[in-house]
Design a protein around this ligand. Structure first.
Ligand SMILES: Nc1nc2c([nH]c(=O)n2[C@@H]2O[C@H](COP(=O)(O)OP(=O)(O)OP(=O)(O)O)[C@@H](O)[C@H]2O)c(=O)[nH]1
Length: 138
């Protein structure tokens, strides 16, 4: 059976600017290398989704988040992996994002994001974001 992973990701905005969100480009070489995605990662056993998000973003970006509403959840089947992806809104509480685990980082509008090659699992929430269908961030 194909491996299934629970992945949590965040639509991260800076306090006072909820028009741009942080996206990252994956490192080259690995699965989905150089594609763009929302920061986050796999949920570890015993962890809540918000806890996993806070941990991943501390490890990968060296920032502290305040995790808010769940915005979207869905499943995507890749050739190698089944991903159960949940997307949360999150406010950047402290720290300036660093490229510790990514090729590149950018704060972009949804329209700008759409011009980049994103991981396939992110396309439905990205379209919903562009269409204003994800609802309020808070
Ligand atoms: N963080 C994150 N992962 C995503 C997104 N969309 C998506 O398909 N994924 C996939 O979810 C999986 C888990 O994410 P990860 O960041 O922990 O995976 P990884 O391959 O870098 O970690 P690993 O080397 O420990 O396996 C990856 O296969 C990744 O491609 C997204 O928006 N954010």
């Amino acid at each position: 059976m194909k491996k299934a992973v629970r992945v949590v990701a965040a639509l991260i905005y800076r306090p006072g600017d909820d028009t741009r969100f942080l996206v990252q480009q994956r490192l080259p070489g690995g699965s989905r290398g150089l594609l763009w995605e929302f920061p986050g990662g796999k949920v570890e056993p015993g962890e809540s989704e918000p806890e996993a998000l806070v941990r991943e973003c501390r490890e990968e970006l060296d920032v502290t988040l305040h995790v808010g509403r769940q915005l979207w959840a869905g499943r995507h089947e890749y050739p190698d992996l089944m991903v159960d992806l949940t997307l949360y809104a999150a406010r950047l509480e402290s720290g300036e994002p660093k490229t510790l685990g990514a090729q590149a980082l950018a704060f972009l509008t949804p329209e700008q994001m759409r011009t980049l090659p994103f991981c396939e699992a992110d396309l439905p929430p990205l379209e919903a974001l562009v269409a204003g269908r994800l609802g309020p961030l808070r």
